[in-house]
Design a protein around this ligand. Structure first.
Ligand code: PLP
Length: 322
């Protein structure tokens, strides 16, 4: 790989200025029950209260804000069935930029409706026969659209880092911070903020046990590719880390941990019952990872990023009923 120029904390600060007044400054919640269970002081940064229900709005809005007048006129294209699509669609609507979203033909109707509701054009493809990246790239070149990927982009990951920046500004330095990991946009942006604002903090990414490509990549030093993992954490079913995200993670993160699907369900129940908040399975990775190593956290100040809360009520009930 030819060398790439990595974004820095200055890019996170610039992103924070761009999203100010548009993105929500999400709350940091605490729970006595959780503190007692963990034997630690735990601070939960709640991106399930972000606009469109996940941190993805931060990176999407930051990336689109940097478009030139020509890019704005022509429009943006993104491929995603999940939160990135909605983050791009909402940001494009706010900025008056035409958006095209490439989604699988069997994406949940609610997600397609939400994306269309933000005014985006939805192009469907057959996920068993066609390659969404190829479709996205073809649309980009044919129509002059700018392709914004879900994580491996300097402006996207810098935007995602603004959540941790807010957390440190609000609660001060932390001993540990636990962050959900898919393709690494959230974790790499968080790493830039952490090394600038709380350099001694131990930073962990947490990914689904069924798809530990990030952990294997981190520990072997090279990007490992896997088949789409089977897990309820649908926002972290990525097959490999990005070039930008991995370079930062390798340099600035302490380790990658995993959490099982049952761990995620337990965390979903805890958030609902004890903290009165709905968190999607992927959003629970941070708390589940922290509870898996809670013996090491005694007496420490611990941060957890809850990444999103987008889940159908029916699915929520089915997963938590057992
Ligand atoms: C996208 C997403 C993630 C994973 O983020 P990456 O930047 O791909 O690592 C985690 N949680 C939720 C809710 C997401 O939407």
């Amino acid at each position: 790989m030819t060398s790439i120029e990595l974004p820095t904390y200055a890019d996170v600060e610039a992103a924070a200025a761009r999203i100010a007044g548009v993105a929500n400054r999400t709350p940091v919640l605490t729970s006595r029950t959780l503190n007692e269970q963990a034997g630690a002081e735990v601070f939960i940064k709640c991106e399930n209260f972000q606009r469109m229900g996940a941190f993805k709005f931060r990176g999407a809005f930051n990336a689109l804000s940097k478009f030139s007048p020509e890019q704005r006129r022509r429009g943006v294209v993104a491929f995603s069935s999940g939160n990135h699509a909605q983050g791009i669609a909402l940001s494009a609507k706010i900025l008056g930029i035409p958006a095209t979203i490439v989604m699988p033909h069997d994406a949940p109707a609610a997600k397609v409706a939400a994306t269309k509701g933000y005014g985006a054009d939805v192009v469907v493809y057959d996920r068993y026969k066609e390659d969404r990246e190829a479709i996205g790239r073809r649309l980009a070149s044919e129509q002059g659209l700018t392709l914004i990927p879900p994580y491996d982009h300097p402006d996207v990951l810098a935007g995602q880092g603004t959540a941790a920046k807010e957390l440190f500004e609000e609660v001060g330095a932390l001993d540990y911070l636990f962050v959900p990991l898919g393709g690494g946009g959230l974790l790499s942006g968080t790493a830039l903020a952490t090394r600038a604002l709380a350099p001694q903090c131990v930073l962990y990414g947490v990914e689904p046990e069924a798809g530990n490509d990030g952990q294997r990549s981190f520990r072997t030093g090279g990007i490992v590719r896997i088949d789409t993992p089977k897990t309820i954490a649908d926002g972290a079913q990525t097959q490999y880390l990005g070039n930008y995200t991995f370079a930062i993670i390798k340099r600035d993160v302490n380790d990658i941990l995993t959490a099982s699907d049952p761990d995620l369900v337990n965390a979903m129940k805890f958030f609902a019952e004890r903290m009165k908040t709905i968190v999607e399975p992927t959003g629970c990775l941070g708390l589940a990872g922290a509870l898996n190593v809670k013996d090491t956290l005694k007496g420490k100040r611990v941060g957890v990023i809850v990444s999103g809360g987008n889940i159908d009520l029916e699915r929520f009930c089915a997963l938590t009923a057992a």
